[in-house]
Design a protein around this ligand. Sequence first.
Ligand code: GRG
Length: 304
Amino acid sequence: MTPSVSDQSDALFRAMRETASAVDRRLSTVLPDPEGLEKRLLDATRYASLGGGKRLRPLLVVGSAQLFGVDLSSAIQVGTAVECIHTYSLIHDDLPAMDDDDLRRGQPTVHKAYDEATAVLVGDGLQALAFELLAAEEAHADPRVRVELITALAKASGFSGMVGGQAIDVAAETAGDLDLGTITHLQRLKTGALISFSVEAGGILGKADPFHREALRGYAHSVGLAFQIADDLLDVEGDAETVGKATHKDEDAGKATFVSLMGVERAREQAKFLVDQALEHVEDFGEEASLLRGVARFVVTRDK
Ligand code: GRG
């Protein structure tokens, strides 16, 4: 019997809660607890990284790892690593030199609650911690798998991934209006690359064959773009209290986004189309893909 829609969303929200708690527990264990002058740095790191955020990327790692019967503890280790990179990117993105934001995950941004130097260092420390987590045996017993994970996360977060996308975004502020092709490229790098890593990580951990890895790449591509369109829609339609960060930022800055170029209705249709496409990519998998299916649907219905 196919589970009802409400059973499916109950299961998704349970998985989200469990993944978020597991990531928090892992982070609490691995973050050092110094008493000296570096205490403030670690306090700020806990402030930024514990108890907030949807933990969507770790959830994608857990979902893709489930397809190949990978241990949950390995998936949480890898999910915690990608969450460290994601959190660092948000902290740096909020700095005055970048997006200059005061609110993140419903609380003052790190440079507001502490100071700019601390915010830079928290981000740097989290980035290093991500690779330490992947290099540890808890990620996978096979060192070749660990090297593959490290390489994939480095590419996804570096010059040809998230940092490259952020650089295009910064350059776009003075480059005039971007077209749809350029925005798609920018978002593929800035937010899509980490989402793709999260989905592909399950295939790496499970030593999946090329056919299944290709299916994961297709799913990740569609979900990544759908996520970004939903983010653009939230900027236009969401309220800051629920979203947990300032809204109407893109609109006020006159920034070209999927929504400004396509309009709200077409953007919403495109996001739904991308979700259907993502579901098709994983249709050959059975029940074990139910978490990935749930996440794909959630990405466009979320309110934060
Ligand atoms: C500073 C190197 C560097 C990169 C920053 C990802 C990024 C690049 C900036 C974030 C800006 C932004 C708001 C992008 C929109 C998409 C996005 C990443 C939203 C936040 O991700 P969620 O919704 O956040 O998963 P939570 O708080 O739930 O983890």
